[in-house]
Write a protein that binds this ligand. Sequence first.
Ligand code: KIV
Length: 289
Amino acid sequence: MSTTFQLDTSTSRANPTPQPMKRLTVPKIRARKADGETEEPLVMLTAYTARQAQLLDPHCDLLLVGDSLGQVIYGLPSTIPVTMEMMANHAAAVVRGSYHSVVVVDMPFGSYEASPEHAFESAARLLKESGAAAVKLEGGEAMAETVAFLVKRGIPVMGHVGLTPQAVNVLGGYGARGRSDTEAEKIVGDAKALDEAGAFAIVVEGVIEPIAIAVTQAVSCPTIGIGASPRCDGQVLVTDDMLGMFERVPRFVKKYEDVATTISETAARYAAEVRDRSFPGPDQLYQPK
Ligand code: KIV
């Protein structure tokens, strides 16, 4: 996809003006897995802001406005305190900054578990306020009825099984799941229940590799792995982890860059130039005509 840039005179920022093109759709993503096979793996990254979305969009099939924004953007200790307002506002920004990927928004903790009706109200609000195409929710069999309820009423749902961070207080931590036979069977059963309920894709997070493969083989919809297996039908990472914004990241993260060091060193250079009065220089100053 080629993108040109246009100066926005009201903000003086350069906004991309994409070539006319159609955004991918949920049915197209679902159809990437046919007869149990996915030829080209699905690419998903998290995005929380319009500019981040502009940069990631051409390279992705899906952008996930993850509730990981609680920790990544807001410095919260977990995803539990994340609100509907946060999710709707960041999802709207990501939709504004993207033209190609399907935008999926996480349903925050407490917005969907009580009943299918409550889940519908929350999901409808997120889609109406943001323009995102689909929601993601955590949990397996216990959420299957809710997933079916939403799908029948026009809301595409991505499931999420294995390590489900909103359940950290029940799980007792963020360790890999599926090490015991009982837990492994439950994860496969959870994924099957979501698939049968009509989920268009399922995130499989933090499970031992044989379970990720078993889940991928057991369901008809695509699986998207994170800390799972390259044999999943797609992969997702938290973008800020991938960019190296944090010193400590889970074992399954590959840091493709060290952006934290770049930011820190750039800030140090700026601070030094302000202090020795070499910034601003002649190129940054206005003079009388
Ligand atoms: O919130 C999030 O970013 C997620 C991904 C890690 C899958 O759920």
